[in-house]
Design a protein around this ligand. Structure first.
Ligand code: BES
Ligand code: MN
Ligand code: ZN
Length: 508
C-alpha cells in the first residue's frame, strides 16, 4: 500500500473515494461542508432525512455526487467532538478502512487529520510535548489501513484475493508541514515492520523454527547494506558458557540459534541500542508440560524475536541515524529423554547458577544468557522484548505491555513512545523487596518466584543479569497476539520500539 499527503479541496480531488467526517447530531466537518456546498446540499439533505447521525464509527457510502470529482464519498461518523479520544479515534479509523475495503476503490483521499481525530485530553503531557494530534492521527490511519489489508492465509490452498485499496492520500486544506511527511513515511515503514512481525508470528512451529528465523535474519542482512547478520550455533554457545540457554533446547531436535543483526546508521563511535527478543518457536513447557487447551498459541512465543526483526527492517528502510543491534536467542522448549528436568541446576554465561524448578519458565533462561552476551556490544541501552509470563496477561489484560526498567528516564521515554503510537505499556515495580522470592537452597537463584507477582519476579530474575547497563524489559504476553475468532499476531510492540528509536535520533 502506498501513502501520500497533499493539499487540495475535497470536491476537486479526482479518484475512487473521498472520506469526510460528520459529527454526532449531523454537524458537518469542514471538508464535509465544502462537499455539501459543491453537491447542492446533498449531505445536509440526507442528514435531515436521518440517514447519517454522525454516531462514532458509523459510515455511509455515497456514489457520484454532483459537483464532486471523486467517484464516491464516504461519510464517517466522528461522534461528539468532546468525546473524541485515542480509543474512539482508532475505532473510527478502523471503521473507515473496513468500509473502504467493502468497496472496489483502489484509492482513497482522507480528510481526517484536521478534524480532531487524535486529540486526547487524557494523553500524558509527555506525549503532547512530543507531537500533535495530527501526527498521531496519520500514524494510526496508516496502521489501520495496513491492518485491514493484512492477510494471514499464505498457507491456505486458495489464498483470498489481494486487497484492492492500493493508495491512501491524506489531504489537508492548508499546506502540509514537512514534519508531517516524515511522520507519514515513518509510519508506513513501521507498518511494513509490523507486517513482517505478524507474518512470522502467525507461522506454525513446524515452519517457523530457529533455523527459519536465522534465514529470515540473513535475508534482512542481504536486503539492507546497513544490516550485518551473524548466527551462532550451539557449539559456539557452549564455548561462551551459555549453560542456561542451552538447557532449554536440550529436549528439541531443532538446533538452537543465537542470531545477531547489527544495524549501522549512526556514527561509528556511537554506542548501540540493543534489542533482545525472545525467540521460542514453540513452548510446550518442556517436562513441566503445559495443559493442552490452546497450546497451539505457544507458536507465538517468538513474537519478541519477530518484533526485533520488524523493528530492524523498519529503521533500515528509514535509514535512521542510530546504531541498533538485534539479539535473538531462539530454540524450542520440548520434553524428551534429553530434556532438562525440574531440579536441574545450570550455570549461566554470567557465572551465576540457576535451579530450574519449572521448565516452563524457559524465556528467562534463554534471555539471561542473551542479556549477558549483549554487554559485548558496549550498549548505550538494552531493551528485551518477551512473551514472558501468563501473569502479565492477568495483570494488564490485552491492552498494555508490561514495562520494567532500572532507569526511570528510560521507562518514561518508552511509555511516551507507546502513547505516540497507541502501542502502550504500563510500568510495574522492580523493587528489591521481590528479589528474595527467587532464593534457592541449592543454587544462586531459582527460575520461578511463585504465583504472586509472577510478572515482577520474572523481571527481577532478568535484572540480575543487566546490572552493567541501562535496561528495560517489555513483557508482551498479553499484547503480541489475539486469541479466539480473531486469532493472529498484532505486530506489537514494533510501533513502540520504532518510535522510541526515532525519538532517540531527534534528541541528539
Ligand atoms: N511463554 C510463556 C508465557 C505465556 C503464557 C505467554 C501464556 C502468553 C500466554 C512462558 O514461557 C511461560 O510458560 N511462563 C510461565 C512461567 C511460570 C512457570 C512461572 C507462566 O506464565 O505460566
Ligand atoms: Mn514457558
Ligand atoms: Zn515461553
Amino acid at each position: 500500500m502506498e501513502f501520500s499527503i497533499k493539499q487540495g479541496s475535497p470536491e476537486k480531488l479526482k479518484g475512487g473515494c473521498v472520506v469526510v467526517g460528520v459529527f454526532e447530531g449531523g454537524k458537518l466537518s469542514t471538508a464535509a461542508q465544502v462537499i455539501d456546498k459543491a453537491a447542492k446540499h446533498a449531505l445536509s439533505d440526507l442528514i435531515a432525512r436521518g440517514d447519517m447521525s454522525g454516531k462514532s464509527s458509523s459510515t455511509l457510502l455515497l456514489h457520484k455526487l454532483p459537483g464532486v470529482a471523486a467517484e464516491r464519498v464516504l461519510l464517517v461518523g466522528l461522534g461528539k467532538a468532546s468525546e473524541l479520544n485515542s480509543k474512539t479515534s482508532v475505532e473510527i479509523l478502523r471503521a473507515t478502512f473496513a468500509a473502504l475495503d467493502a468497496t472496489a476503490t483502489k484509492d482513497a483521499v482522507l480528510y481526517i487529520a484536521d478534524e480532531g481525530i487524535g486529540n486526547d485530553a487524557a494523553a500524558s503531557t509527555h506525549r503532547q510535548a512530543l507531537d500533535s494530534g495530527q501526527a498521531w492521527a496519520i500514524r494510526q490511519a496508516v496502521f489501520a489501513a495496513a491492518e485491514q489489508a493484512f492477510r494471514a492465509d499464505g498457507l491456505k490452498s486458495k489464498p483470498s484475493t489481494a486487497p484492492v485499496l492500493k493508495h491512501v492520500t491524506f489531504a489537508t486544506r492548508e499546506k502540509p508541514a514537512a514534519a508531517l511527511r516524515s511522520v507519514l513515511d515513518q509510519a508506513a515503514a513501521t507498518a511494513r515492520g509490523m507486517e513482517l512481525a505478524k507474518t512470522l508470528g502467525n507461522l506454525p512451529g513446524n515452519v517457523c523454527t530457529p533455523t527459519y528465523l536465522a534465514t529470515k535474519a540473513r535475508a534482512l542482512g542481504k536486503a539492507h547494506k546497513s544490516i550485518k547478520t551473524t548466527v551462532l550455533e550451539e557449539k559456539d554457545m557452549r564455548k561462551l558458557g551459555m549453560g542456561s540457554f542451552l538447557s532449554v533446547t536440550r529436549g528439541s531436535e531443532q538446533p538452537a540459534k543465537l542470531i545477531t543483526l547489527e544495524y549501522h546508521g549512526g556514527d561509528k563511535k556511537q554506542k548501540p541500542i540493543v534489542l533482545v527478543g525472545k525467540g521460542i518457536t514453540f513452548d510446550s513447557g518442556g517436562i513441566s508440560l503445559k495443559p493442552g487447551a490452546e497450546m497451539d498459541e505457544m507458536k507465538y512465543d517468538m513474537c519478541g524475536a519477530a518484533s526485533v526483526l520488524g523493528t530492524l527492517q523498519a529503521i533500515a528502510e528509514m535509514g535512521l541515524k542510530l546504531n541498533v543491534v538485534g539479539v535473538i536467542p531462539s530454540c524450542e522448549n520440548l520434553p524428551s529423554g534429553h530434556a532438562t528436568k525440574p531440579g536441574d541446576i545450570v550455570t549461566s554465561m554470567s557465572g551465576q547458577t540457576i535451579e530450574i524448578l519449572n521448565t516452563d519458565a524457559e524465556g528467562r533462561l534463554i534471555l539471561c544468557d542473551a542479556l549477558t552476551y549483549s554487554a559485548k556490544f558496549n550498549p548505550d541501552t538494552v531493551i528485551d522484548i518477551a512473551t514472558l509470563t501468563g501473569a502479565c496477561v492477568i495483570a494488564l489484560g490485552h491492552v498494555a505491555s508490561g514495562l520494567f526498567s532500572n532507569e526511570d528516564k528510560l521507562a518514561r521515554e518508552l511509555l511516551a513512545a507507546g502513547e505516540q503510537t497507541h502501542d502502550r505499556a504500563w510500568q510495574l515495580p522492580l523493587w528489591d523487596d521481590y528479589q528474595p522470592l527467587l532464593d534457592s537452597n541449592f543454587a544462586d537463584m531459582q527460575n520461578i518466584g511463585g504465583r504472586a507477582g509472577g510478572t515482577i519476579t520474572a523481571a527481577c530474575f532478568l535484572s540480575r543479569f543487566t546490572k552493567d547497563y541501562r535496561w528495560a524489559h517489555l513483557d508482551i504476553a498479553g499484547t503480541a497476539w489475539k486469541s479466539g475468532k480473531e486469532k493472529g499476531a498484532t505486530g506489537r510492540p514494533v510501533p513502540l520500539l520504532v518510535q522510541y528509536l526515532i525519538n532517540r535520533t531527534e534528541k541528539k
